[in-house]
Design a protein around this ligand. Structure first.
Ligand code: SF4
Length: 127
């Protein structure tokens, strides 16, 4: 397995960001089967902060990211705790959402199917 780790929730500030999902009007992310590079043309057409429309993936920055704690991404555990607190409905653990980046996803590597259960709830600026 490659050591490359992918962050499944980055922002448009990442130069190499790729679209891996679309945020629906209900605030949930619908993954797409193949990543689409967020090109300059697309950035121009969707305007600032493309992460309000798309779920974006990019290289995991590890220690250069505020969410990196104790050699792991702390964001997915925070999201799981929040989902439990708010009693949000999550997908069954045996029903993984399709995903374009699973082999390198840092959340998948840390938490496996539990991460995928909460993943559709994670969006910047959900409507
Ligand atoms: S948590 Fe699961 S569904 Fe979400 S990006 Fe990672 S592998 Fe894909």
């Amino acid at each position: 397995m490659s050591n490359q780790k992918t962050c499944p929730s980055t922002t448009g500030d990442t130069a190499t960001a790729e679209i891996i999902g679309v945020i629906g009007t209900d605030g949930l992310v619908r993954n797409i089967p193949t990543p689409i590079p967020l090109t300059d043309e697309m950035r121009e057409s969707v305007g600032p902060r493309p992460e309000r429309i798309f779920r974006l993936a990019g290289p995991c920055m590890e220690g250069r990211c505020a969410n990196w704690q104790n050699k792991a991404c702390a964001l997915i555990d925070r999201m799981r705790e929040q989902a439990e607190r708010l009693q949000l409905a999550t997908d069954a653990a045996d029903k993984l959402p399709r995903c374009a980046i699973r082999p390198t996803c840092v959340w998948w590597r840390q938490r496996g199917p539990e991460a995928c259960q909460i993943c559709p709830q994670v969006a910047y600026n959900p409507s």
